[in-house]
Design a protein around this ligand. Structure first.
Ligand code: ZN
Length: 151
């Protein structure tokens, strides 16, 4: 469902890298209507499947195999140019954050290994970029680095 708001992009970052078949684009916006912020995440994938596979269930009709598609290593879909394959859907989410602190919180993740909170590199880049354009995020980021968690 599209979200409509009056805002301005403060910072963005992508974990896209050569060889990554899945990545996340992070954007931090200033919300001019509320004075708060909006954090947008778009999970992208080039992976294609032969059909239902693990947690993947086809959500749209199959498409012809394209150059940029990356074959799932579990179900190994057919690889001829005329093959039909199923694409993974782009996962989009947007989170409204009333202030700079909740914006930083929204970009933290909890480590599965030691249960500690951390800010993934991708999110940290978007936040640092946002801090260059927004005093409140810059102040909150400075304080959070000193008092709340280590980077
Ligand atoms: Zn698969």
């Amino acid at each position: 469902m599209p979200i409509k708001f009056d805002g301005e992009l403060l910072g963005s970052s992508s974990s896209e890298a050569r060889g990554n078949a899945r990545w996340t684009d992070i954007s931090v916006y200033a919300d001019n209507d509320t004075g708060g912020y909006l954090v947008s995440r778009v999970g992208r994938s080039l992976v294609v499947h032969d059909g239902p596979c693990g947690n993947f269930k086809p959500a749209s009709p199959p498409v012809h195999l394209l150059d940029y598609h990356v074959a799932c290593t579990f179900c190994e879909p057919p690889s001829s140019p005329s093959s039909l394959v199923y694409e993974e859907v782009q996962r989009q989410s947007a989170q409204e954050c009333p202030d700079a602190w909740t914006t930083i919180d929204a970009l933290r993740l909890r480590s599965k290994e030691d249960d500690a909170w951390f800010v993934p590199t991708n999110s940290a880049l978007a936040l640092r970029m946002a801090a260059n354009h927004d005093d409140k995020i810059r102040d909150a980021l400075r304080k959070s680095m000193r008092t709340r968690w280590s980077w």
